[in-house]
Write a new protein. Sequence first.
Length: 211
Amino acid sequence: MAIPRKIDHIVYAVQDLDASISEFEEKLGMRPIFGGFHKVFGTKNALISLGDACYLELLAGDNTNTAVPKPRWMGVDMLQTNQITRWALKSNQLKMDSEILKNLNPEMGIIRGGSRNVANGGSLEWGLIMPLPYPEVELLPFMVDWSTSTVHPTDKLPDMGCRLLNLYGTHPTPKIFDGIFEQLNIDLEIKTSTEIKLTAIIECPNGTIEI
């Protein structure tokens, strides 16, 4: 059996980035670090290292950037409440992943390069399978390839004392994901619930929390 793929990052979309940074500082016992702006996507972020080259991204719309039309990526313009809306896998096979996703939904699987300026100067570059701007929460992951970048976002982050213990989803009919998860070699657990949701369990300086 193939080794399950590693999570690159988890996207927690928020309506107000500054307020959410303060809320997460109180909740976790450490302060998220402002990351920068995605100029071509119209968003901005703050990051929390989760260890093992994995991170939590607080993502908000950058309303000073009027060049990017709505709806913007990652569900930020669909948001009813602050929550995890997307998650990303590490990939060195974007074309293969793209074909699998396109077979499921022709709107998925678009490969694009991305970049953002970092707060301490310089920029990060990546290739990724574009996450759609809808729905609010997507249980299928998108994929990121950092091989074109000299650094990973976590290389710029200190050890913040946080570790990802688990990520799971809920959906009214979890069985519909069995086939696509097998093709993509994903072992994310989807529990039965009326709510479509992603939940992360994180060990942090304040203990173990769910978000």
